[in-house]
Design a protein. Structure first.
Length: 536
């Protein structure tokens, strides 16, 4: 039974490689092989970045008596990325899968189900931590003489490190689940805690990167600090450098931590999984009058309710909503330095100065492209899509509700951020109005483009909400397509400023956004509504 459950968990995790989302059936072998090869190519492309970082760090640490520090620092980054990549999956995969109730009702011991779920968490941790650790190992082997110990131990530590990342991810997921069951507003609390974890990750990561030169210049102090405050990381570095004693010690410590974590989860898994699957319903008295809501308004309220009740959707699809006001606040705090930079750029490149206001659109539009809310909205209906299909409403009204929710969530913070940046940069009022119009149209285009992609590549056969929110072709193409189109628009409008006025360039920018928006809306009204009506 455990083998079957682990196989099911891994299949859910990597179902994009073997399952056709439109039919819910297995792909043919050629498509599976092609998808796997593309995934491997992406993995190696990402590894190249960390291999370069390993070369830079290794040049200063290796063969200077602190070889262990090289692995300690790279291991610290690997742990940070591993936790960042898997912590968002842990809470959802352990406590919130759609099939939890079904599996718990079967004669399957909760311990067995928990072990299978943890197998998926471990696989995710191995993937994310390996993106840094494996290139670090290759860079190390290139720069130092190789022997059996310093070749074998780093390879074995790949799996030990992933287990440690799994422990950290499980503890954070357990804390989120524990707090969520005891508090109101569970969805927003989950989002807040997850953002706190992500913020801590970025603080640690950027401080390490920004302090890299300082680290390299003070190796003795850094070595002493790591041994004192990050003893586990010191053991990791020493073991990877070929020390047998520390290899045995760090393996024993990691296994012990994993055992304690598993023990804690076995005592709390059943109660937390059941509590997190129970949603509180508002009691309505029979005599209480019910207000009638127009269909379009009711559909829009339903979309907002669905979005705010799905933490994973908010985190992965609406992160830019939080980033936009943070950019505005940062600009206000750093407005003097920003204005000085703008003056210097104007003096150095006077011929390009008229096009600088285009940067306001570029900055805001790039962040708007992060919000892939609509690209998951159809798939998140899941097997309950038939409820929407049987309602006495026009399918176009359903798509419009999904579009309007995305536009409202995007356009309002985007407009406020553009106003702040434009005001601080001294953009003329008429140009700022045109920029705001362009941003609104661009937010609408991103919403409609996401719907187009999601209708073309729907996935209604999911059990983990992470799949449609994160592991989706529609999400990937919406994100990358939005960034690429924003870049092309910004560069084109900036170059146009060299031969004409800023106002004409902004009007041309509006037209460039309006044309694809008009074409996509025609497709949504005709073919999109037909697809929505027949999806199953």
């Amino acid at each position: 039974m455990l083998k079957t459950l682990i196989k099911k968990q891994l299949l859910e995790l990597f179902q994009n490689y073997v399952i056709d989302k439109k039919t819910g059936r297995a792909k043919d072998k050629k498509k599976i092989v092609l998808t796997i090869l593309l995934g491997i190519a992406l993995f190696f492309c990402l590894c190249i970045t960390f291999f370069s970082l390993g070369n830079t760090l290794g040049a200063a640490t290796l063969n200077r008596g602190v070889n262990w520090l090289y692995f300690a620092l790279m291991g610290l980054l690997s742990i940070a990325l591993g936790v960042f990549g898997s912590v968002f999956n842990t809470y959802a995969s352990l406590y919130l899968p759609k099939d939890n109730d079904t599996l718990l009702s079967l004669p399957i011991p909760p311990r067995t189900l928990l072990t299978a779920r943890l197998g998926g968490v471990y696989a995710t941790s191995l993937l994310y931590s390996g993106w840094i650790w494996l290139p670090a190992c290759v860079s190390y082997w290139v720069q130092v003489p190789m022997n059996p110990a310093n070749v074998l131990f780093p390879i074995l530590l790949t799996f030990v490190l992933a287990l440690f990342v799994t422990v950290l991810s499980c503890l954070l997921g357990w804390l989120v689940a524990l707090v969520a069951t005891r508090a109101r507003g569970k969805s927003f609390l989950t989002v807040a805690l997850s953002l706190l974890v992500m913020g801590a990750y970025y603080v640690v990561y950027f401080r390490i990167v920004n302090s890299l030169n300082e680290i390299l210049a003070n190796l003795d102090k850094i070595s002493s600090a790591v041994k004192t405050w990050l003893y586990y990381v010191y053991l990791l570095g020493s073991a990877a450098d070929g020390n047998l004693l520390t290899m045995l010690l760090i393996t024993a410590i990691t296994l012990a931590l994993a055992g304690v974590t598993f023990f804690i989860l076995t005592k709390t898994f059943l109660s937390l999984a059941q509590q997190n699957n129970v949603s509180a319903k508002k009691e309505v008295k029979a005599s209480e009058p019910q207000k009638q809501t127009p269909p379009k308004k009711a559909l829009l309220k339903r979309e907002f309710a669905h979005f705010t009740a799905t933490p994973t959707w908010m985190l992965n699809g609406g992160l830019g909503i939080l980033i936009l006001p943070l950019i505005a606040i940062y600009m206000v705090i750093k407005h003097e330095a920003m204005q000085e930079t703008l003056i210097k750029l104007t003096q150095q490149f006077p011929e390009y100065a008229p096009g600088f206001p285009i940067a306001v659109f570029a900055i805001v539009a790039m962040v708007v492209s992060l919000n892939t809310i609509s690209a998951a909205s159809v798939s998140l209906e899941g097997k309950s899509l038939w409820v929407m299909q049987t309602l006495p409403v026009n399918p176009w009204d359903i798509l419009q509700a999904k579009e309007q929710m995305s536009v409202l969530l995007n356009a309002i913070p985007a407009a406020l951020t553009a106003l702040v940046i434009g005001w601080l940069c001294g953009v003329e009022f008429s140009a700022l109005i045109l920029i705001l119009v362009t941003i609104y149209l661009y937010a609408t285009l991103i919403a409609d483009f996401g719907l187009f992609l999601n209708l073309r590549h729907p996935n209604l056969h999911w059990t983990n909400v992470m799949v449609p929110c994160k592991q989706s072709i529609a999400i990937g193409f919406s994100l990358l397509g939005g960034w690429l189109f924003c870049l092309l628009l910004s560069v084109g409008a900036f170059m146009l400023c060299n031969v004409t006025s800023l106002s004409v360039s902004l009007v041309a920018l509006i037209v460039a956004v309006e044309v694809p928006l008009y074409l996509i809306r025609i497709w949504l009204r005709k073919k999109g509504t037909a697809i929505l009506s027949t999806l199953s």
